[in-house]
Design a protein around this ligand. Structure first.
Ligand code: ATP
Length: 279
């Protein structure tokens, strides 16, 4: 679903991504962790075509993002869930979810916002998945922040994408609501076989909801493993990497057990195999 090789991105002289390699399978919920400024949003924005990488290869939902592609084509395969849910407050909940279908209907139908009965039924099913079917006819502005975020998820599901990219989707929610939103997102995407990459700042949520966790530090992937392997050493690699700029991760392998020659921290069980495999 997602295949990334040696991806690099700079803003002027600021080198933000230094050769990212990453694959995500259908139905896999990958949580991306890292300090502010590590490059998480930049990587997500490359994956949804908003940023143009400098070099490398990048395929998302079958689309080669290094080649010319249309926004419409991308919207058929890749959906975004934003921190501030981006719902239209004055529209009904159902209409908001139906906007997820706009990329799939013809131009005229899109302009006139004419939806087929099958789209309306799909929107209802997506609302059921996030536990909001009973709110379909209500104005979105009457919902709580957590409910609005679930509308945003239902809208993303209505796109019937192969990939969902979520950029800090629970940053503005209380812990109980945040867990429930992540649960809805994870369950729906698992059941529908959608690949998800979700940026988070909360390690607890990564452990609880991630099928896999990747850690970025200063534009390099420094951890890639199961949530259970997110131990002190892994967190150290992700969050206490201030010296890494001066001392590249690969050279620090003596100090950190499990760091592969490519600088990716892997759990002890996986590191020998990865090293043997030339990672
Ligand atoms: N549009 C842009 N123009 C110039 N520099 C940018 C732009 N977007 C991000 N940057 C820079 O790229 C670096 C990485 O930023 P990015 O937003 O990707 O980090 P992040 O890990 O997502 O951080 P946060 O967790 O705070 O969202 C930072 O140095 C930032 O200043």
């Amino acid at each position: 679903m997602i295949s990334i090789r040696n991806l690099r991105k700079s803003y002027g002289s600021n080198h933000v991504l230094h050769g990212i390699d990453m694959d995500v399978k259908a139905g896999e919920f990958v949580v991306m962790l890292g300090l502010s400024g590590a490059g998480k949003s930049t990587l997500l924005r490359c994956m949804n075509g908003l940023n143009q990488p400098d070099s490398g290869t990048l395929q998302v939902g079958g689309i080669d993002l290094m080649q010319k592609h249309s926004r419409r084509e991308l919207a058929r395969h890749v959906a975004m869930v934003f921190q501030h849910h981006n719902v239209v407050q004055r529209l009904s909940v159902r209409k908001n979810v139906l906007t997820g279908r706009l990329g799939q209907v013809g131009t005229l139908a899109s302009v006139l916002q004419l939806f087929r009965q099958s789209d309306i039924e799909l929107a209802q099913q997506c609302l059921e998945r996030v536990g909001l079917a009973h709110k379909a006819d209500e104005r979105t502005q009457a919902l709580s922040g957590g409910q609005m975020q679930r509308v945003g998820i239902a809208r993303a599901l209505a796109q019937q994408p192969q990939v969902i990219l979520a950029d800090e989707p629970v940053a503005s929610l209380d812990p109980k609501t945040a867990r429930s939103v992540l649960q809805y997102l994870r369950d729906a995407t698992r059941e529908m076989g959608i690949a998800v990459v979700c940026n988070l700042h909360q390690v607890d949520y990564a452990r609880e909801f991630g099928d896999r966790v990747v850690g970025l530090a200063q534009g390099r992937m420094v951890f890639d493993g199961a949530p259970a392997d997110l131990d002190e050493a892994a967190l150290d690699a992700i969050y206490h990497s201030a010296q890494q700029e001066a001392q590249p991760a690969a050279q620090g392998s003596e100090a950190r057990t499990g760091l592969t020659p490519a600088g990716v921290w892997l759990p002890a069980s996986a590191s020998m195999a990865a090293t043997a495999g030339g990672l």
